[in-house]
Design a protein around this ligand. Structure first.
Ligand code: GDP
Length: 196
């Protein structure tokens, strides 16, 4: 899907700042440095629109991108980031949990994991937590260019096994921003979930 005019509408620190209206939303989650900004920018064909949200000292926000008044991408800051205080992490975690478990407009979550590694404990927690709330999930294995093509099937199997993958409401795609594959499959899933 080609987006003509993606706009960052709000970097929200509280639910009352979330956009009004009924546009469908698709959220992006993953640990810091997994390649989330790169994926969002690739899908939107905009360099530098989404920025790494995990720099030390930066306020953690839910970033809502309005895409041509059709849907929102919601960039959820990277989890597993050590340099914020425990209190900050807990407070922010509650906001993210409330958003992911009860936001009416949310149609699905793209959950990013590194193709080269075992899913981390945080990755597994997030997957199981979303599964518990029956949120449709697309697991995206990022940086797949770092894995030989011949091993892509093995990567998929390994991730699925490790997550105790539940195919009735989740899918999996491999993505590389460097070799430019995976975008179409991810867009197909987003369009299917959001109905746009
Ligand atoms: P974020 O913290 O999750 O937003 O991660 P970034 O998008 O900032 O990416 C973290 C690092 O991974 C950067 O150095 C990116 O250039 C690199 N990266 C992101 N996507 C890919 C990819 O598909 N392939 C490779 N080889 N590197 C990537």
């Amino acid at each position: 899907m080609k987006i003509i005019n993606p706009k960052l509408i709000i970097s929200a620190v509280a639910p009352k700042q979330y956009p009004d209206g009924q546009l469908p939303e698709v959220a992006f989650v993953g640990r810091s440095n997994v390649g989330k900004s790169t994926l969002i920018n690739t899908l939107l064909q905009r360099n530098g629109l989404a920025r790494t949200s995990s720099q030390p000292g930066k306020t953690q926000t839910l970033n809502f991108y309005n895409l041509d008044e059709k849907l929102y991408f919601v960039d959820v800051p990277g989890y597993g980031y050590a340099k914020v205080s425990k209190a900050q992490r807990e407070q922010f975690g509650q906001m993210v949990e409330a958003y992911l478990s009860s936001r009416k407009q949310l149609r699905g979550v793209v959950s990013l994991m590194d193709a080269r590694m075992e899913p981390t404990e945080d990755d597994k927690l997030m997957y199981n937590w979303l599964a518990y709330y029956q949120v449709p999930i697309l697991v995206v294995a990022t940086k797949a260019d770092k894995v030989a093509r011949g091993k892509h099937n093995a990567v998929e199997s390994r991730i699925k096994k490790s997550l105790n993958f539940q195919p009735q409401f989740s899918s999996l795609a491999l993505f590389s921003a460097v070799e430019k594959f995976g975008s179409q499959e991810i867009w197909d899933w987003i369009q299917k979930q959001s109905g746009v």
